[in-house]
Design a protein around this ligand. Structure first.
Ligand code: NAD
Length: 339
């Protein structure tokens, strides 16, 4: 099939070409993200392949449907960037990669916790400058700390196992649909207010939906323990960034680790080191010594990129063969699961 790949980086090309080696799809790689301005590039491509910062609102979907596109293949898990109702109206089938390497994201979340707690990022720079002083590097033992995990699907369940079995943390979990395997392991599910009130560390692993938009807002932060560590590797808009900044200023939030950010589409995945960054909220975040930000890299492992490329092409092949694709997403599914 002719597939237009948008927002292409060198690594996307590398892994998609490798996955396509024995398959023979016609892949055309475009560097720009898909939006109404670039939708013309998709003309005569039955399938487009997109990522988290492509725009798939109604006008863009209308434009690509006009050009003959009927498949949107997301090379990511989350699908909050797609107007699924519009896709349904336009007979565009949307498929995604539900699980490429949940380990990649869960392990990155734990990496952020360790880095922020033990200030490894600061120690790295100090030692390179010959500064071996320890002041300012004081951390705490993770052992027996209480960690609140919000969303215990694939990624949250792995984070739970790493933290409970690996570090002996006490995990409090919250999910609209508790995970029976974790319940069997003795993981305690509680309501959100209890999780907020009792967790030393809170890590977010639920999808971004209307229900979870700004799940971490002023009221939630007010309920949290003094000095709480908040970790978001899920989706930026789960956290009201302004409320988080207020929480940092009042010292309520003692540590903040973000791999995702509400307005990340203007920043992440690009080298802006020579540019003036105009996002004052983001720049304010960077001024805090207890904030650690990575640019949406939690998924970025060889295993994950290889799985993403393989599943993306398999999804397209299922649809091409007229089969139902298990990785299809539709607006009905979202309404029924309240996600
Ligand atoms: P998943 O579907 O396996 O698990 C999500 C869990 O969240 C499910 O158990 C679901 O019941 C739960 N959930 C849904 N609505 C909820 C709510 N209102 N409150 C609490 N829990 C709720 O998904 P996953 O594979 O574990 O991925 C989780 C999220 O991680 C994705 O939605 C995506 O946004 C994010 N993600 C980030 C990266 C990255 O690189 N940073 C990579 C992949 C995924």
């Amino acid at each position: 099939m002719k597939i237009a790949v948008f927002g292409t980086k060198s690594y996307d090309r590398h892994f998609l070409e490798a996955a396509n080696r024995d398959r023979g799809h016609e892949l055309t790689f475009f560097e720009p993200n898909l939006n109404t301005d670039t939708a013309i590039l998709a003309k005569d491509f039955p399938a487009v392949c997109v990522f988290v910062n492509d725009t798939l609102d109604r006008p863009t979907l209308e434009a690509i449907a006009d050009g003959g596109t009927c498949i949107v293949a997301l090379r990511c898990t989350g699908f909050n960037q797609v107007d699924l109702a519009a896709a349904d109206d336009l007979n565009i089938t949307v498929v995604r990669v539900p699980a490429y390497s949940p380990y990649a994201v869960a392990e990155h979340a734990v990496g952020l916790i360790l880095t922020l707690n033990r200030k490894i990022h600061r120690a790295y720079n100090r030692v390179r400058e010959g500064n071996f002083a320890l002041d300012g590097l004081l951390g705490f033992d993770l052992h027996e700390k209480t960690v609140g995990i919000i969303g215990t699907g694939r990624i949250g369940a792995i984070a739970t196992r790493i933290l409970s079995q690996g570090f002996d943390c006490h995990v409090l979990a919250y999910d609209v649909k508790p995970n029976p395997e974790l319940e069997e392991m003795g993981i305690e599910y509680v309501e959100l207010p209890e999780l907020f009130a009792n967790s030393d560390i809170i890590s977010l692993h639920c999808p971004l939906t209307p229900d979870t938009h700004h799940l971490i807002n002023k009221e939630a932060i007010d309920r949290m323990k003094q000095g709480v560590m908040l970790v978001n590797t899920s989706r930026g808009a789960l956290v009201d960034t302004t409320a988080a900044i207020d929480g940092l200023k009042s010292r309520k939030i003692g540590y903040l680790a973000l791999d995702v950010y509400e307005q990340e589409s203007n920043l992440f995945f690009e080298n802006l080191s020579e540019e003036i960054i105009e996002d004052d909220v983001f720049q304010r975040l960077l001024t805090f010594p207890n904030v650690l930000i990575t640019g949406h890299q939690a998924f970025f492992t060889e295993n994950a990129l290889s799985n993403i490329a393989d599943t993306t092409l398999s999804n397209i092949e299922d649809l091409e063969a007229g089969k139902s694709c298990p990785n299809q997403v539709s607006s009905k599914q979202v309404v029924s699961s309240k996600k």
